[in-house]
Design a protein around this ligand. Structure first.
Ligand SMILES: Cc1ncc(C[n+]2csc(CCOP(=O)(O)OP(=O)(O)O)c2C)c(N)n1
Ligand SMILES: [Mg+2]
Length: 559
């Protein structure tokens, strides 16, 4: 511990951020935390202060930074309005198990509970959205609270820790020491756990490994992949967790997300041993909680998760192991492989089905997004970072690109629209030398596209691909399926996206034909600045697997 002289609450806060190795904060300014901005001024060469245009975008950037680094992304926003705007990113960090520290300016202590200007009780507002919420009442406890926020955000199942900071407290002086960095605790598998797992594996005929959740590192991803390959296991990933194992490994068999391949869903239902590592077994991954029966699955279920609360939440595991994924993957290295001959054909067929998925179905129209993605797959470097958004537009890169470390995939398992653009900006700020590509639908782009200004201001250079079908296509899809021919509330009139990009000082172009995509992408790579490629898509081509016409006709035929 280093003893500081008398410091303001704001300075103590920034000192504790420094002690935790924070190099970047994302914020939208507010008068409620001027003392924090002032303390950040003193360390402006050490902590980058990224000033965003809307707190939702700032929160997504902080979340994506947390996903990418495994360390809490730091967000600073002002009281009521700022905190309300930021909530989408806090909810995403919670659902996505991403470490994040959210600092909110709060009204002065003497004004509490008068419904003072912009006053909100953040313990209540963020109670169900965050992993933990605290409010710091005196400056001498700033280091304690901030340190606690960093511990909570990273320990067990990671998530967002929120701290409300009364503005007068931030100006108060205190002479207290600042602790060293947080040392988050992670559970390890117990001494008998791997022996039991090995017995179950030896008894299996149709095993499936499911990887997911946060917290994976390049090393632990490689370790779990090596375990799968050594035992001949097929590996699926949970919803939007494409980058845990290399999709080019013969072990990888696809993702259990929205629009999962039928063959893979069948495989997961038919397996006799499911080893889920890090995945929450949430609604999307379990295909509406139907992959397994609840509470007692018919498959033998081994569930490994960093949080005890997830084990047995919906599905009772045969063997529940509370362990961090890094700790579990490391322990697997000591487990002698099982002879996988009994399931070699099972794995081979699953891999063949996955590879068949990589080939888009023929389509006669002028813009075949699937073929454009196949072309892009060949052009992306191995360490590229790809971000996606909510909505069907994300289905194209998610199905036809391939991921794996050291590349990264960042997508919202919360299904929050507006994610891809800020996440791509955060990724580019973190890794300026790497290719970053963000994919958003026209609807999703318009939710946070103004953060392009932030990217230009700080020199971030992602390539943003907008798949423009002129509608909230995903909702239109549900609409046609449930209420055919009664389209309402889902059409969008859009700006000229390429011109909009140029107005921000970015590179912008529009692609209307499949064969023009690759050259446009190359020009975007060479632009040396953020680039927007608007791809005009056929609205009828509603997913990678079906058309609106087919859905509508199917719905009418069922009547
Ligand atoms: C913040 C937010 N608002 C609303 C929704 C509901 N929603 C899910 S997908 C979608 C439409 C997405 O439209 P677009 O981005 O254009 O992609 P498309 O489905 O057309 O490919 C909507 C409105 C959501 N997931 N998140
Ligand atoms: Mg759309």
């Amino acid at each position: 511990m280093t003893r500081a002289n008398a410091r303001t609450g704001g300075q103590l806060l920034v000192d504790t951020l420094r002690a935790n190795g924070v190099d970047t904060v994302f914020q939208v300014a507010g008068e409620s935390f001027l003392a924090v901005l002032d303390a950040l001024y003193d360390v402006r060469d050490e902590i980058r202060c990224i000033t965003c245009r809307q707190e939702g975008g700032a929160a997504f950037m902080a979340e994506a930074y947390g996903k990418l680094t495994g360390k809490p992304g730091v967000l600073i926003v002002t009281r009521g309005p700022g905190a309300c705007n930021a909530s989408i990113g806090v909810h995403t960090a919670h659902q996505d198990s991403t470490p994040m520290v959210v600092l909110i300016g709060q009204v002065a202590r003497e004004q509490w509970e008068r419904e003072a200007f912009q006053e909100v009780d953040f313990r209540r507002m963020y109670g169900p959205l965050a992993k933990w919420v605290g409010q710091i009442e005196t400056a001498d406890r700033v280091p304690e609270y901030v340190s606690r926020a960093f511990h909570i955000a990273q320990s067990g199942r990671p998530g967002p820790a929120v701290l409300a900071l009364p503005e007068d407290m931030l100006r108060e002086m205190a002479d207290v020491p600042v602790p060293g960095p947080a040392k988050p605790a992670k559970a390890h598998p117990g001494p008998d756990d791997l022996a039991r797992l090995r017995e179950m594996l030896a008894a299996a005929r149709r095993p499936l490994l499911l990887v997911g959740g946060g917290d994976w590192t390049d090393e632990s991803g490689a370790a779990i992949q090596a375990f799968a390959e050594a035992n001949g296991l097929p590996v699926a990933c949970s919803f939007r967790r494409f980058d845990v194992v290399d999709n080019r490994s013969p072990a990888y068999v696809g993702d259990l997300g929205t629009g999962a391949a039928k063959d893979l869903v069948k495989l997961a239902k038919d397996c006799d041993l499911l080893i889920a590592v890090g995945a929450r077994l949430g609604e999307i991954t379990t295909q509406g909680y139907e992959l397994l029966s609840s509470p007692e699955p018919k498959q033998t279920l081994v569930h490994v998760h960093p949080s005890a609360e997830e084990l047995g939440r919906v599905f009772r595991p045969t063997l529940g192991i509370q362990s961090g994924v890094v700790q579990f993957a490391a322990a697997l290295a000591g487990m002698a492989p099982v002879d996988g001959a009994a399931w070699a054909e099972w794995r081979r067929a699953a891999r063949a089905a996955y590879e068949a998925q990589l080939v888009p179905a023929p389509y006669a129209g002028q813009m075949h997004v699937g073929e454009a993605m196949v072309a892009l797959r060949a052009m992306l470097p191995r360490d590229a970072i790809v971000t996606t958004d909510a909505g069907n537009a994300s289905g194209w890169p998610q199905r036809f690109l391939q991921f794996g470390r050291p590349g990264r995939f960042l997508g919202p398992t919360s299904g929050a629209m507006g994610y891809a653009v800020p996440a791509a900006i955060a990724a580019s700020l973190r890794h300026p030398g790497r290719r970053v590509v963000g994919f958003a639908g026209d609807g999703a782009f318009m939710m946070s596209g103004q953060e392009i200004a932030t990217a230009i201001q700080y020199g971030a250079t992602p390539i943003l691909v907008i798949l423009n079908n002129g509608m909230y296509g995903t909702i239109r899809m549900h609409q046609e399926r449930d209420f055919p021919n009664r389209v309402h509330g889902t059409a969008l009139t859009n700006p000229d996206f390429a011109a909009l990009a140029r107005a921000y000082g970015a590179h912008g172009e529009t692609v209307e034909r499949t064969q023009d995509f690759a050259a446009a992408f190359r020009r975007a790579c060479d632009a040396g600045t953020l680039a927007v490629i608007e791809v005009k898509t056929d609205p009828d081509l509603i997913t990678t697997r079906t058309t609106l016409t087919a859905l509508r006709e199917g719905a009418l035929a069922r009547r």
